[in-house]
Design a protein around this ligand. Structure first.
Ligand SMILES: Cc1cc2nc3c(=O)[nH]c(=O)nc-3n(C[C@H](O)[C@H](O)[C@H](O)COP(=O)(O)O)c2cc1C
Length: 173
């Protein structure tokens, strides 16, 4: 069957890839044929009716693969149903409050405005200090991000379930 939904993600250590896979799993279970791919490995976007794009956040920035993806595909994405997510904040509590209302890099505001996403979510992330090199450990201290896996699978599942409902309402699946 023709793929209808793409989940494109940018990750450094894999936490965001797992969030993207979870979103893909929920969409497939809802009957929506879905591809989950790293943002720098996506070919022709035009076959998809809906696209979810997510990136890990490092020092207030999205990974460059995600930035390139939205910038390079702006025209096609503007014609599709699009959802965005950032995955980053660690620690207890509302992830948007943890990052003082930040949702995506401000530099991307113009392109995101032109794309017109249905929603932009912020999910808790995971920091495994054992995977970080010296510079990243130093950078981590500066952003004061607690170490640990704070990913909220319930929040991710419920966001993906709402996407599935909207897509089904739009006649997909
Ligand atoms: C050096 C460093 C800087 C980070 N900076 C931010 C940040 O500015 N904002 C944020 O919300 N999370 C930040 N984080 C947390 C990461 O976004 C989080 O660990 C994320 O889940 C990583 O995803 P990945 O495993 O897909 O790369 C930072 C983590 C590290 C190690």
């Amino acid at each position: 069957m023709e793929k209808q939904v793409l989940v494109a993600y940018a990750t450094k250590y894999g936490a965001t890839a797992e969030i993207a896979e979870k979103i893909g799993q929920v969409l497939r279970q809802a009957g929506l044929p879905t591809d989950v791919l790293p943002a720098d490995r996506v070919g022709d976007l035009s076959a998809y009716k809906a696209v979810v794009v997510g990136s890990a956040v490092y020092i207030g920035r999205w990974r460059k693969e995600a930035v390139k993806f939205v910038e390079a595909n702006e025209t096609v994405l503007a014609e599709q149903l699009v959802w965005l997510f950032s995955s980053g904040p660690t620690g207890e509590g509302d992830p948007v409050e943890l990052v003082q209302g930040w949702r995506f890099p401000k530099k991307l505001q113009p392109v995101i405005d032109r794309i017109g996403p249905r929603d932009i979510a912020v999910f808790h992330g995971a920091v495994d200090v054992g995977k970080l090199n010296f510079i990243q450990k130093w950078a981590l201290k500066n952003v004061k991000a607690p170490v640990g896996d704070f990913r909220d699978w319930e929040a991710i599942t419920s966001w993906a379930t709402a996407i599935a409902a909207e897509l089904k309402g739009a006649g997909l699946a």
